[in-house]
Write a protein that binds this ligand. Structure first.
Ligand SMILES: NC(=O)c1ccc[n+]([C@@H]2O[C@H](COP(=O)([O-])OP(=O)(O)OC[C@H]3O[C@@H](n4cnc5c(N)ncnc54)[C@H](OP(=O)(O)O)[C@@H]3O)[C@@H](O)[C@H]2O)c1
Length: 293
């Protein structure tokens, strides 16, 4: 896959990124993570997105990337979870970046997001400047914000961020005409999280996990006809080729699932009529749905 510019940040990212939440759990070995990272590279996936809150994900990536770090664009998220430091303070962001550098065993992190903080936190005066200073110090290449709603809109307009991360999928279209379009116009890169909408078609009954259940409800309400080529293609192509989106993040630990998404995205944009059908369904039933954090 040909890398795309991440806005005007100077970075280029593969159109499909690996969401590395699943690799933080206890069911995967270092060898599994090693294989997944190798398979990602083979498929042309060079963007990996992790976070402080994804279990052992950062440490495992640090180990798996040790001899191939420069081949990847590495993204993580900070703002909380530093022992002895109050969450969502400038100190927590500064020490969170340093701690992430240690866990990821790297001298630089390409993209660091403030992870879902509120508008109030963004405005409070020490959190955003702490991330800016980490960029100035060469520890971070691109400062980013991950979140939804009014905080996302503020982040896009603030001038403080080179990239944002927000939900974009069939069941999360609310940001497309607002913050995503505005980010694109301002040269800010957009990473689309939950791009498969948590793959709701897999569940015959309402799932227990609240965020997946929410996606399942929305998916049912959209009442889209099953696409002949399968749901993966519709979800992946819709999000990856949505105007303004630089890359989609796919949460999986399965090399074959990741490859399936890559193959779908390689097919290019959906036909105009398919996009119109998906947008019209959302306009009918989803206008009041907020972005799923
Ligand atoms: N910033 C934030 O607050 C935030 C929040 C949510 C997500 N994210 C980012 O976005 C990434 C993706 O989000 P997500 O994992 O919540 O949602 P997602 O990618 O929309 O959905 C993940 C689900 O899709 C399934 N899947 C993946 N490929 C598939 C395939 N080819 N066929 C069938 N099922 C497939 C996975 O199952 P398997 O595990 O079986 O493959 C997994 O259960 C995360 O990893 C993270 O990087 C960020």
């Amino acid at each position: 896959m040909k890398p795309r510019p991440l806005g005007r940040s100077g970075l280029a990212v593969s159109p499909v990124g690996l969401g590395a939440g699943r690799i933080g759990g206890p069911d995967l070995s270092h060898a599994d993570v090693d294989r997944l990272v190798g398979a990602a590279l083979d498929a042309g996936v060079t963007l990996i997105d992790t976070a402080r809150s994804y279990g052992d994900s950062e440490e495992r990536l640090g180990r798996a990337l040790a001899d191939r770090r420069e081949r990847f664009v590495l993204s993580t998220k900070v703002g909380y979870g530093v022992p002895g430091v109050q969450d969502w303070t400038g100190d927590c962001v500064a020490s969170g970046v340093d701690a992430a550098l240690g866990r990821l065993a790297t001298g630089w992190i390409d993209i660091v997001h403030l992870h879902s903080c509120s508008l109030e936190v963004l405005r409070q005066g020490d959190v955003v400047p702490a991330l800016t200073r980490a960029v100035e110090a060469g520890k971070v290449r691109v400062a980013a914000y991950s979140g939804e709603g009014d905080a996302l809109a503020w982040a896009v307009r603030s001038g403080a961020f080179g990239a944002v991360q927000c939900s974009v999928s069939l069941v999360d279209q609310g940001a497309l005409d607002g913050p995503v379009a505005e980010a694109s116009a301002r040269g800010i890169g957009v990473l689309a999280k939950r791009a498969l909408g948590n793959a709701p078609w897999r569940f015959p009954n309402r799932p227990a996990e609240p965020d997946v259940a929410d996606a399942w409800d929305r998916f049912g309400a959209l009442s889209l006809p099953a696409p002949p080529a399968g749901w993966i293609g519709l979800f992946a192509r819709f999000a990856a080729h949505a105007p303004g989106v630089s890359a989609v993040l796919v949460g999986t630990a399965s090399p074959s699932h990741l490859a399936e998404v890559v193959d779908a995205v390689r097919c290019g944009p959906l036909a105009d009529e398919e996009v119109e059908e998906v947008r019209a369904a959302f306009a009918r039933v989803g206008r009041t749905w907020s972005g799923r954090v």
